[in-house]
Design a protein around this ligand. Structure first.
Ligand code: HEC
Length: 260
């Protein structure tokens, strides 16, 4: 076999392996699309406010500074320091939690991880975060009383339960060798969720979806703060290239006119 053929085979094998990995990840749970819009400043601002109120006590965003967030989201220094900062951090500092990791480990069995890159790290990207926020359900056997369909055995409590309400899973027996597209709970396949009347949240399901979407959008932005700027630059680059091609074409016509 020639050297080129060997390299070619290795590449094909690597590609097949990569494809296999992707479908293996996809064979988990069917994710609902988060439909985030990074160009929607209102959604990002709401997401930031939700994040600071409900998540920042436990999770850090060590790669993001308050000042950078303010600039990107169109907020003033005053708005951020007065409404969104709950620690004694300075405006130019990273968005770290005040939580002591040792204490957190004692409480939750695990220190809450930094979420700067969470929307990029999971194979399903931002959709994972969205589905995680939507699939907490009551499970008395867990230390916090909560479990999660996309992150079974998660040691995080459902911090948004007052908004969403307390979901219970609806299940049906798992077929032998079968697959549960919505995940598993109590050894069975999850078919859906229900919220008992007296455990309803303060939001409607649609309003809660929007909360999950805004939070997800904010975390997607934090994971790639330059994405919206890059898209804007990309448009200009393409326009420039188009214009340049046109000019080159006319120039060529001009040069060759006398030759023909
Ligand atoms: C009371 C503390 C606490 C609060 C508040 C909290 N979390 Fe968590 N979170 C945790 C812990 C602990 C874990 C680790 C779970 C595990 O690994 O079992 C976690 C894990 C996560 C993960 C998975 C991270 C990974 O690397 O897999 C995400 C995503 C997440 N939290 C998002 C949020 C969001 C969004 C909020 C706000 C709505 C929030 N959390 C509020 C404690 C908290």
């Amino acid at each position: 076999m020639t050297k080129t053929a060997t390299i070619f085979r290795a590449l094909v094998a690597a590609a097949a392996f990569a494809a296999g990995n992707v479908s293996a990840a996809g064979a988990g749970i069917e994710m609902e699309s988060a439909q985030v819009d990074l160009g929607n400043k209102g959604s990002l601002q709401r997401g930031a406010a939700l994040y600071m109120s409900y998540c920042s006590a436990c999770h850090s965003l060590g790669y993001m500074r308050y000042s950078r967030m303010a600039e990107d989201l169109g907020l003033t220094e005053e708005e951020v320091t007065q409404n969104l900062m709950f620690t004694d951090a300075k405006f130019g500092e990273a968005m770290n939690t005040g939580l002591d990791p040792n204490q957190a480990t004692a409480w939750f069995g695990k220190a809450p991880p930094d979420l700067s890159l969470i929307a990029r790290r999971k194979a399903e990207g931002a959709d994972w975060v969205y589905n995680y926020m939507k699939t907490f359900y009551v499970d008395e056997s867990r230390p916090m009383g909560w479990n999660n369909a996309v992150f079974p055995g998660a040691s995080m409590p459902h911090v948004l339960w007052e908004l969403q309400g307390s979901q219970h899973v609806l299940t049906e027996p798992k077929h032998e060798g079968g697959h549960c597209p919505k995940g598993e709970a109590f050894g069975q396949c999850i078919t859906g969720y229900s919220i008992p009347e007296h455990k309803k949240g303060s939001l409607s399901p649609e309003e809660y979806d929007q909360v999950a979407r805004d939070l997800t959008a904010f975390l997607a932005y934090v994971g790639e703060p330059s994405a919206s700027k890059r898209e804007a630059i990309g448009v200009w680059a393409v326009l420039f290239l188009a214009l340049f091609t046109l000019l080159a074409y006319f120039l060529k016509q001009e040069y060759w006119r006398d030759v023909h």
